[in-house]
Design a binder for this molecule. Structure first.
Ligand SMILES: Nc1nc2c(ncn2[C@@H]2O[C@H](COP(=O)(O)OP(=O)(O)OP(=O)(O)O)[C@@H](O)[C@H]2O)c(=O)[nH]1
Length: 441
């Protein structure tokens, strides 16, 4: 069944299938047999420098890198047509308590036999398809409630769908961080659609809004790859993003997923700008039971990456996740640093890095959009990790980033727990975001 059919089915009141409960597990922080990294004892981390061996002896030329120009969708022409349609207002109850998931600690799991296809790791990991949908559904509760609520309130305030209604709708979408251009487009197309359908009832107008958003999300998706670019041999992924967005956490969660799937995983603490950042990665390395290659705070990040690549090759590792510092305060420095890191990787692994993942915090709304734009200009970002989607009413950000920047969202963070990272599935996401609206029909 196609996604639009699913949406239609939801509008006609058919029940969704029940999915199994997800059992959340955590992994105790026990040192793995292979772990050779020195780790701070406590989670409270000092910023002081540490004595760590610095084996990287790389001399690197950094040539002037070129920025990638930002693609911008041209604005749709606005044709303002007067529409006078009477609304039957049907307020819908949407409030639902936010559930806080408890994470029960369990003994470290046994590493299963390696799976044949590494590319399937994320899909074949603990979550089945329906569990993934359920998790997305749970994580998006806040986003969904607010989205549905604001649309309902908007409907309740208008007796007729006139120009004022469309202006308010536009504002509502912008407030939910759907993005300026995308909001204008949705509103413009709705003006035509509502007239075309002669939509009079509140529910018809809501239905048109949801369908238009789905349509806009799905267009341009052809040829777009939402999956991580995993190789048969060593896969190297760089993680970039400003402080506090959830970079370290996302790396830790991903490392754990691959480790549980039987992969040999290494982490590289190449965010040497802050000692705290190195220590945080080490803590996540313990949690995920994977080794962390680290250097001195203030040291050369490329040297750490060099060590990590050497180690990964020597150990025949499958996955190397590199935590970098994302300091947008100085774009040229950042660009140079990332280029230097890439050169180090490419000397050893010519087609690496296989992903440059930009991590953005969904709760920062338009700031996340600005960061994504700036990073895209600085380096060739191949995918997005959208974190903290569980704690925001600004889920519209996904639509904005996808449609205005054309960066595919590959992973979403739906909580602070080690299991709260999911591959991005557009259908689950839109279903999750509009669930109440769809069920209200
Ligand atoms: N609710 C929620 N919190 C998250 C998520 N991802 C990360 N966090 C929290 O966000 C905070 C910052 O996460 P970090 O991983 O330390 O962020 P960072 O980008 O590595 O920051 P620096 O280490 O300062 O560079 C932590 O308290 C995390 O627990 C998520 O998906 N949902």
């Amino acid at each position: 069944m196609g996604f639009f059919d699913k949406i239609k089915k939801a509008f006609t009141g058919e029940q969704e299938e029940t999915v199994e409960e997800i059992v959340e597990t955590d992994v105790e922080q026990e040192e793995s047999a292979e772990q050779t990294t020195e780790v701070a004892d406590t989670a409270e981390l000092d910023e002081g420098p540490e004595a760590v061996e610095d084996e990287g002896k790389t001399t690197l030329d950094v040539s002037e890198p070129e920025g990638t120009p930002t693609e911008v969708i041209p604005e749709t022409e606005t044709t303002v047509e007067e529409l006078e349609v009477t609304l039957d207002v049907e307020p819908v109850e949407l409030s639902e308590p936010v559930e806080v998931e408890e994470v029960a600690p369990v003994a470290p799991e046994q590493v299963p036999e390696p799976v044949a296809e590494i590319a399937e790791v994320l899909e074949t990991d603990a979550s089945t398809e329906s569990e993934a949908a359920q998790k997305m559904d749970k994580g998006l509760k806040k986003t969904r409630r607010t989205f549905s609520q604001v649309l309902n309130e908007l409907m309740a305030n208008f007796r007729s769908v006139d120009e004022e209604f469309f202006e308010d709708l536009e504002e509502t979408l912008i407030t939910a961080d759907v993005g300026f251009e995308t909001s204008l487009r949705i509103t413009d197309e709705l003006r035509k659609e509502v007239k075309l359908r002669n939509a009079k009832k509140n529910s018809d107008v809501q239905k048109a809004i949801v369908e238009k958003m789905v349509e806009i999300y799905e267009e341009n998706s052809e040829g777009e790859n939402n999956q991580l670019n995993i190789q048969q041999g060593l896969t190297v992924m760089l993680f970039v993003g400003v402080n506090g967005v959830g970079k370290t956490t996302s790396i830790g969660k991903l490392a754990n997923q691959y480790r549980l799937a039987g992969k040999k995983v290494l982490l590289a603490a190449a965010d040497t700008f802050r000692a705290g950042a190195i220590d945080q990665l080490v803590v996540w390395g313990e949690r995920a039971q994977v080794e962390v290659v680290r250097g001195n705070a203030g040291g050369d990040p490329a040297a750490v990456v060099y060590d990590a690549v050497e180690k990964a090759k020597a150990q025949e590792a499958d996955i190397l996740l590199v935590d970098t510092a994302g300091r947008l305060q100085n774009k040229v420095n950042l660009m140079n640093e990332l280029e230097k890191i890439k050169r180090v990787i490419q000397r050893e692994i010519p087609d690496g890095p296989h992903e440059v993942m930009l991590v953005v915090d969904a709760t920062t709304g338009q700031n996340a959009m600005v960061q994504a734009k700036q990073f895209k200009e600085t380096t060739d970002v191949t995918g997005l990790v959208l974190t903290k989607l569980d704690g925001t009413a600004k889920g519209g950000m996904v639509l904005a980033i996808r449609n205005e920047l054309h960066i595919p969202v590959k992973l979403v963070g739906l909580g602070e727990g080690i299991d709260d990272l999911q591959p991005f599935n557009p259908n689950d996401f839109i279903n999750g975001m509009f669930k109440e609206l769809l069920e209200a029909k």
